[in-house]
Design a protein around this ligand. Structure first.
Ligand code: MTE
Ligand code: CO
Length: 418
């Protein structure tokens, strides 16, 4: 409420001052603006016919909104990762076309005709489903974020990469339609000794992971659609697992088998990988849930401020694998003072939440930070708080507060406050 009042206050001030929020230099200089006074080609000629583009891509002016790699990060592009351009997106839904990809052995092409899903192990009836079989099961719709456990992994030792696309961009948030895994497991009939499932993909890596049966019976989804359309090849077409709130590695793509077992399999992906190496050399395992986290997406290094002092929109994303985001605080002075941001739109559990804070920028440098608090009361830690517990050997589960240094010329740099 108070933010609203302030905003209206300085909007009025801006209009009275004649410049702050009016369009363009021409208007300010009092010369006619040809975009207003002259008939433009787009107003005097035909545009494209309706059938010019049967399936559309973003307009060419948005061609910078694309996935990007960090060259030195991995040796081979088939076992690699790219990053979502979160600095250039708004709202909460990530379009599939620019949602980060992580493949251990490349993205495979698997048709619906060739698709099979097996449920075996400790079940009454081992089953194999075709795509056509799956289409006849009751479906549900759910929005969820998928965050790679390694998101932010390059920032443990210090501020390194210039842009939230690289520091926090191993995340996407889609609206999935699919079958609750519970229904398929019930169809097979889980034996009382069955306490874990082991899920694997049809790609060469198989990316096998163990999941406790409780989670599998709770909110795990066998997803067939994302953002209203078929899954894209790179996100697991035709079927992937959605494991809400849990690390991205468990979201098996091209899902081919769900085995039911009395214990965890302890596969490569959950022993030598995706465990958290602590300072004393031991490793934490079964760190499945992604703790609360947030980042300011604008202003940010790839999204500097291109206007002078006055109204400035600060915006970002917050999420928690434990449920809903309860509050997001924003600091402009490196964490000394905090203001509560607005949570814009729906706040869904285990999904990205958009926040906005509208400030009156005095044109001075700022140290911008955001801090997420989830419905369990958990508060996103500072980098130092996290390092005190987890040391510096680690790659995974960096959910520390990010600091952006906004300079008076509007440029932004990735820094740490010590
Ligand atoms: N599933 C299979 N079959 N193969 C894989 O390489 N990568 C995992 C997971 N599921 C992977 C997989 C990892 S580490 C992550 S973070 C997510 O998929 C990434 O999903 P995305 O490529 O849709 O972003
Ligand atoms: Co991952």
């Amino acid at each position: 409420m108070s933010d609203e009042t302030t905003r209206r206050g300085f909007l009025r001030a801006g209009i009275a001052g004649g410049a702050a929020l009016t369009a363009g230099a021409a208007a300010a200089a009092g010369v006619p603006d040809p975009l207003i006074t002259e008939v433009q080609p787009w107003a005097s000629e035909f545009g494209d016919p309706v059938d010019a583009v049967p399936y559309g891509m973003p307009i060419r002016f948005e061609s910078h909104v694309v996935r990007r790699n960090v060259d030195w990060l991995t040796e081979s592009p088939v076992s690699s990762i790219n990053f979502t351009p979160i600095h250039a997106l708004e709202g909460t839904i990530t379009p599939q076309g620019c949602a980060f990809e992580r493949h251990h052995s490349g993205a495979i092409e698997l048709s619906k005709t060739d698709y099979r899903l097996m449920i075996n192990g400790l079940v009454d009836r081992p089953l194999v489903f075709t795509w056509a079989d799956l289409e006849r099961f009751p479906r549900t719709v759910m929005t969820a974020f998928c965050e790679c456990a390694a998101n932010g992994g390059m920032e443990w030792g210090g501020a390194q990469l210039e842009g939230c696309q690289f520091t926090q961009g191993m995340i996407h948030n889609m609206e999935y339609t699919g079958i609750p895994l519970r229904l398929l497991l019930q169809e097979a009939g889980v034996k009382p000794e069955g306490k874990w499932i082991y899920v694997e993909g049809a790609d060469a890596s198989s990316n096998g992971r163990s999941i406790p049966l409780d989670k599998a019976m709770d909110d795990v989804l066998v997803a067939m659609f994302a953002n209203g359309e078929a899954l894209r090849k790179e996100h697991g077409y035709p079927v992937r697992l959605v494991v809400p709130g849990w690390e991205g590695n468990m979201w098996v793509k091209w899902l081919r088998r769900v085995g039911v077992y009395h214990t965890a399999v302890e596969s490569r992906e959950e022993t030598s990988k995706y465990t958290d190496l602590m300072a004393d050399g031991t490793a934490r395992k079964w760190t499945w849930v992604m703790d609360a986290k947030s980042v300011i997406t604008a202003p940010s290094p790839q999204n500097p401020v291109r206007h002078g002092p006055g109204p400035l929109v600060i915006t970002g994303l917050a999420w928690s694998g434990h449920g809903r985001i309860a509050r997001v605080d924003v600091s402009t002075d490196g964490g000394m003072n905090w203001r509560t941001a607005r949570l814009s739109g729906d706040v869904k559990p285990k999904a990205l939440t958009r926040f906005h804070l509208d400030i009156d920028w005095d044109g001075q440098e700022m140290l911008l930070m955001s801090r997420a608090i989830d419905e369990t009361g958990y508060v996103q830690p500072t980098k130092d708080q996290l390092r005190a517990i987890r040391g510096l050997n680690n790659v995974y589960h960096n959910n520390a507060i990010q600091t952006w240094w906004l300079k008076s010329d509007g440029e932004v740099e990735n820094v740490e406050v010590v």
